[in-house]
Design a protein around this ligand. Structure first.
Ligand SMILES: [Zn+2]
Length: 488
């Protein structure tokens, strides 16, 4: 019954959220966060970072950064794909409400953010904050109206180091006022082609399978060249016949890409640390929009809702004065990426009361990582995915250690369901959907109710946000989507 009892509270709007921010926030923050830098490392699964327990040296700089931050160990993306996940991040709405989907298929439409969906950048802009985004395009693009509220929107598919250069030039400009900056990179997204000097440390020297020769031929090319050469189908040629060694090779390359990104961040973090004014007034949020699958559940890349795809890093570093006041540590409470917008707004003192957001500010958890408001435990997390063509719809809910997935393919009217006891089976190996165990039966009934309530609420929110437009994709975007592997 606890599951059902929580349904009304956990799955509703912010109006039902625990009202802990108003008294505690002013004394804790005292206006000390003037700027926020939000870094989105596309396709980075949490379990490949040392800060999340990984035993390979993929991320020493991020690990050092995390030690001075609040690390959310249990953050989930609202969608396992770039466009809907970033739309949820920016608008604090579930995918069913904002209705942004990734561009797939041969004659795709590009969906636009509904005009009534308020973005974080709009809220901050209205509060006088300067807003700049340095993103890598593809499914994170102004063509979907993702640039709404940004004064500067610099969209270019290039190497992470070039994105960092563009960000730093804007951020470190002498006339820069209070700012909100976004950095987004596809560096660890497929095709995984890390710099050659990282091969020895990460790639199995004994691997002599068919992928080595193909991928070695890309070494030494620029990111644009490799992405043009390694267009989706070519890079994944023969994927149905890959054996475990082939998959291990791809996974090694992915790890090496993470290390490369981590190396580049060292330069960015150093620049901030070397600037006392910037350091003392800037909060830095590091996250990913979704993870990546290496055939754990039968597929590659990211179009399912298993944990390797939804569990993302979320690390928040506050200015040193707040860190010294205790805003450092690890939070195991489940949180969602749509909580980030209200968190950033509260950190910057911007009024989001009219934004109609669904997420909830994480500031109470930042303030005291060790003492947890109990209401947070009674809150489910939801993720959604629409894959078109199909269309195929997947919805996942996680609550109190259990997870339920419902997938439905409408054109053939087939349904799949999974139930996992995540606490005992974090890798989601044993589907308990037909289990007769009374605990599993009870959990399933509760999770189905939660998902049903969530669907109704999301539908109501979609109606509130009004119609979302769509436009035909232009030739430029189509070329980029082919490179990213979204059109085959
Ligand atoms: Zn993505």
């Amino acid at each position: 019954m606890l599951l059902l009892a929580a349904c009304g509270e956990g799955a509703t709007d912010r109006s039902a959220a625990p009202d802990s921010a108003p008294e505690s926030a002013p004394s804790f923050l005292e206006g000390s966060v003037r700027n926020v830098l939000l870094i989105s490392i596309d396709t980075l699964r949490a379990d490949r970072l040392e800060a999340f327990g990984y035993d390979r040296p993929t991320s020493p700089n991020l690990a050092a950064f995390a030690r001075r931050s609040v690390v959310f160990e249990n953050a989930r993306a609202q969608a396992p794909q770039t466009a809907p996940s970033h739309a949820s991040l920016f608008t604090s709405q579930y995918p069913g409400a904002h209705r942004i989907v990734n561009v797939h298929g041969e004659a795709p439409l590009v969906h636009l953010l509904p005009e009534k969906a308020t973005t974080l950048a709009e809220v901050l802009s209205a509060a006088g904050v300067e807003t700049g985004a340095f993103v890598s395009g593809g499914n994170l693009t102004r063509k979907m109206a993702m640039d709404r509220g940004f004064d500067t929107w610099d969209e270019q598919l290039d190497d992470v180091s070039d994105r960092i250069d563009a960000l730093m030039e804007w951020m470190l400009s002498p006339e820069r006022g209070a700012f909100f900056a976004v950095l987004h990179t596809y560096q660890v997204h497929a095709p995984y082609i890390p710099p050659a000097d990282l091969y020895p440390e990460f790639v199995d020297p004994n691997y002599e399978g068919p992928l080595r020769a193909r991928l070695t031929s890309y070494l030494g090319m620029s990111m644009q060249e490799t992405w043009a050469a390694a267009v989706g189908p070519k890079y994944w040629e023969g994927m149905l016949d890959y054996d475990d060694d082939d998959v291990g090779f791809l996974s090694d390359l992915y790890d090496a890409e993470i290390r490369y990104v981590d190396q580049q961040f060292r330069r960015l973090f150093r620049a901030i640390n070397a600037n006392p004014e910037l350091l003392s007034t800037t909060a830095i949020v590091v996250l990913s929009d979704h993870g990546e699958e290496f055939r754990e559940h039968g597929k590659y890349q990211h179009d399912q809702v298993f944990e390797e795809l939804l569990h993302v890093p979320l690390i928040v570093r506050l200015p040193p004065a707040l860190e010294e006041a205790g805003a450092v540590g690890r939070v195991s409470t489940p949180v969602e990426l749509l909580d980030v917008a209200p968190t950033v707004a509260e950190l910057m003192g911007a009024d989001d009361s009219q934004a109609g957001w669904t997420g909830r500010s994480l500031v109470p958890l930042l303030e005291d990582a060790d003492s947890l408001p109990s209401q947070w435990e009674l809150r489910p997390t939801f993720s959604e995915l629409v894959v078109d063509p199909g269309p195929k719809y997947s919805r996942a809910v996680v609550f109190r250690g259990w997870k339920y997935i419902h997938t439905w393919q409408s054109n053939i009217d087939v349904t799949w369901e999974w139930l996992f006891h995540l606490e005992e089976d974090p890798l989601e190996k044993t589907n308990l959907i037909h289990s007769k165990d009374s605990e599993a039966v009870r959990a399933l009934a509760g999770l189905r109710e939660l998902l049903k309530a969530h669907s109704l609420q999301t539908k109501a929110k979609a109606e509130e946000l009004g119609p979302a437009g769509a436009v035909e994709m232009d030739a430029d975007m189509e070329r980029l989507m082919r490179q990213l592997g979204y059109i085959r």
